[in-house]
Write a protein that binds this ligand. Structure first.
Ligand SMILES: Cc1ncc(COP(=O)(O)O)c(C=O)c1O
Length: 387
């Protein structure tokens, strides 16, 4: 039996998640201003562009002259190609031999982090075609992905023209701690990276594009910009780590989310709200029921900590957040009505709730908040012409 195909409008969803593409453009230009004119930008759009939607984000950045895109998997890269993205796409996450053919078919550039994968790639590349571009990743201390420096040199040795079926187009590493005001570990990583570069040069090999800096690297380590940088978080409007002392970068959050008041109830002192009676009214109260819950990216941990905005005022989250509902206290907000807009993320009136606020409430980082709220939602894309 086949199930009917429904073309569901976003108006049916209890949550409206919107992405401001003009903000993404602004953030891209703000990053560009931090770089020397020739520095390439590889926009990190993994995890569906941190929940913002990889294809619309990539299409927007393509128009601004971005060099290419970084994704986590062959699957993410293939989706971008199917969406019409033509720029170089680097697959930065772990690669498997089973994915090599698709990697090649979708013209994705592998980041080689292991010698076995390098051999696997060589074994599937057709003969007598132009050398296939690869990037190499050296582990300078993060101990996640990346090869030891001696293995990088071995790959340089066996990929020299004219016979080699591959060409090394890039050499990268990834910072572990660049958002920490204490620069000790980042400096240590940079020193290891530079020592490998010197080794490659003194062995007589030409250097490919070098790239190291994530958002924090861009902001705090100019010396780590090299030929290319890899911003993720900043494209979406959030600066990592500690605030810069002078001229902090001005970014605009791109993701916003609203819902509506589905139901209103009056409580008497002693009445409980929600599972396990976590909230008990101590005064005559009015509460609003919202049709969003942890399935929409609002974890149970927000209970009693977070708030939403109604009429530009804060309404505290009370009772346990349910799978698809949450309750907020609107006693202090006169005139609430069913259907009224509730701001979950973004600005309403003179108040805002940011992914950083959620990160503080949840003891996590804005990355996880954005992926959680943007991830599964059907998104509306907004863009205003700027003159
Ligand atoms: C290898 C690599 N480079 C760059 C980035 C972008 O980092 P950020 O979002 O902090 O700019 C990431 C994201 O995790 C990454 O994994």
């Amino acid at each position: 039996m086949t199930s009917p195909t429904l073309s569901l409008g976003s108006h049916l969803s209890p949550i409206t998640v919107s992405v401001d593409l003009t903000a993404v453009c602004h953030n891209y230009q703000a990053i560009r201003l931090r770089l020397l004119p020739g520095t390439k930008i590889l926009a990190i759009v993994k995890a569906d562009a941190y929940g913002h939607g990889a294809i619309p984000i990539a299409q927007t950045l393509q128009g601004l002259g971005v060099f290419g895109f970084g994704v986590a998997s062959v699957h993410e890269g293939a989706l971008l190609r199917e969406g019409g993205i033509q720029n170089p796409i680097l697959v930065m996450g772990p690669l498997q031999s089973a994915h090599m053919k698709d990697l090649f078919q979708y013209r994705l550039t592998p980041v080689i982090s292991h010698r076995t994968i390098f051999s696997e790639l060589l074994s599937i590349l057709p003969k007598n075609v132009a050398p296939y571009p690869i990037h190499l990743k050296v582990d300078t201390g993060l101990h996640r992905l990346g090869m030891d420096p001696e293995h990088i040199l071995e790959i340089f040795q066996c990929t020299q023209p004219p016979q080699s079926p591959v060409t090394i187009s890039g050499l990268m590493t990834h910072f572990a701690d660049a958002d920490n005001p204490d620069s000790t570990f980042t400096t240590f990583q940079l020193t290891r990276f530079r020592s490998l570069i010197e080794h490659i040069q003194s062995s007589g090999f030409a250097l490919p594009d070098l790239h190291v800096a994530n958002s924090a690297g861009i902001l705090f380590y100019k010396e780590a910009h090299f030929e290319m940088v890899r911003p993720g978080l900043m494209l979406y409007g959030y600066a990592p780590g500690h605030p810069e002392q002078d001229s902090p970068i001005r970014l605009q959050p791109a993701l916003a989310a609203t819902t509506y008041i589905a139901h209103l109830r009056s409580l008497q002192p002693g009445d409980i709200v929600g599972y396990n009676a976590l909230f008990r009214a101590t005064r005559p109260s009015k509460i609003a029921i919202l049709p969003v819950g942890y399935t929409h990216g609002f974890p149970r941990k927000l209970t009693g900590i977070g708030h939403v905005l109604i009429q530009g005022k804060t309404a505290p989250i009370i009772g346990k957040i349910c799978m698809d509902m949450m309750m907020v206290d609107v006693t202090e907000i006169p005139g609430t009505t069913i259907g009224q807009e509730v701001r979950l993320l973004g600005t309403q009136g003179s108040r805002s709730i940011s992914a950083e606020d959620y990160a503080n409430w949840l003891e996590t980082i804005p990355y996880e908040v954005l992926c959680g709220i943007g991830g599964k939602a059907k998104k509306l894309y907004q863009s205003t012409e700027v003159g």
